[in-house]
Design a protein around this ligand. Structure first.
Ligand SMILES: Nc1ncnc2c1ncn2[C@@H]1O[C@H](COP(=O)(O)OP(=O)(O)OP(=O)(O)O)[C@@H](O)[C@H]1O
Ligand SMILES: [Mg+2]
Length: 308
């Protein structure tokens, strides 16, 4: 019988669009797959970024919409590589696909949850997925706005990966994202913690990028929990090219520099989870003792004018 896996649920988000949420989710999951880990990606965006980026024809399968409404078993709609169906996911990666219907899920959920909070619609599905012991990680790829699927993701995740690109507007958005996390932590999900800020499209040669990266390091070092990932993903045409062909860079460009960066990001991801486990269970691991401070409920705001 296959080994049972303990599942960690990670939301990937930023309310700003086009800041690497989907590419980070897919390529990190693919990197973890190459390291022998099993990941399930749930596409929570009506724009179907993860579904399309993994080459799954949109509107062809039941998925997130039906799961959120309680009409489908999440385990039954999780897609895996299937040559007959023409689905070729990265090794170790499964997907619950999104459809355009997700954009109208709020109205439907309100009808179903007349007595309950519809923003808790991911709780039962996640419990079912975790109970199977099939996946090490469930990644929740969220939309660039705070709609119901995004709010639902923040409520069920244990960890949060905030993605950003080194542009002034994207970086200023980090402050809003952090205060959203604080609010969710205070009212709905005290377990939600920042696993890291993952920076993509980094071109270290520009002065602006250098200053922004310096600011991110400084701010998150003071935030009292895991800060930015030390691994930065460079700007590379290999990333959008892989995304356009419905694949991860591990399938299209296994030896590329950017692929190695995602591999390094995966190692850092595992190290941080190991540190956190060490804090939770000091006997099991020596790592992490005293590394993380207790998260503060309020953190320093973006110093406007300082980042650029
Ligand atoms: N390292 C990179 N180098 C070059 N292009 C990149 C890189 N990372 C991401 N991109 C491109 O940037 C665009 C936005 O990335 P992505 O789709 O991951 O962002 P997102 O935050 O998920 O967007 P949305 O909010 O619309 O869902 C895509 O076209 C993607 O291919
Ligand atoms: Mg996306």
């Amino acid at each position: 019988m296959d080994e049972r896996r303990q599942t960690t649920v990670i939301a990937v988000g930023n309310q700003k669009g086009g800041v690497g949420k989907t590419t980070t989710t897919i390529n990190l999951a693919a990197a973890l797959g190459a390291l022998g880990k099993q990941s399930l990606i749930i596409d929570l965006d009506g724009n179907r970024g993860a579904t399309r980026s993994l080459g799954v024809p949109p509107e062809s399968y039941r998925g997130t919409y039906e799961v959120l409404l309680g009409d489908e078993d999440p385990v039954a709609v999780a897609l895996e590589t299937d040559a007959e169906e023409g689905i070729e996911l990265p090794p170790g990666v499964a997907l619950i696909p999104a459809s355009r219907d997700l954009e109208r899920v709020d109205g439907e959920l309100i009808k179903v949850h007349r007595l309950t909070d519809y923003r808790d619609c991911l709780r039962r599905p996640i419990e079912k997925l975790v109970a199977t012991g099939r996946w090490d990680y469930v990644f929740l790829d969220t939309a660039p706005n705070i709609n119901t699927p995004t709010a639902a993701a923040y409520r069920v995740a244990e960890w949060f990966i905030l993605t950003a690109t080194p542009e002034r507007l994207a970086i200023e958005g980090l402050n809003d994202a952090m205060s959203d996390i604080d609010t969710v932590r205070r009212y709905n999900n005290p377990d939600l913690k920042l696993l890291g800020v993952a920076l993509s499209c980094v071109n270290r040669r520009t002065l602006l990028a250098k200053r922004i990266l310096g600011w991110v390091e400084e701010t998150f070092a003071e935030a009292g929990e895991f800060g930015d990932f030390k691994t930065r993903i460079s700007t590379s045409v290999a990333v959008p090219e892989a995304q356009d062909s419905g694949k991860s860079v591990f399938q299209t460009e296994p030896d590329h520099k950017v692929t190695e960066e995602y591999r390094q990001l995966a190692r850092e991801f595992l190290e941080r989870l190991d540190i956190a486990e060490g804090m939770r269970n000091p006997k099991a691991s020596k790592k992490g003792r005293g590394v993380l401070k207790k998260p503060r409920s309020r953190r320093k705001g973006v110093a406007h004018g300082k980042a650029a």
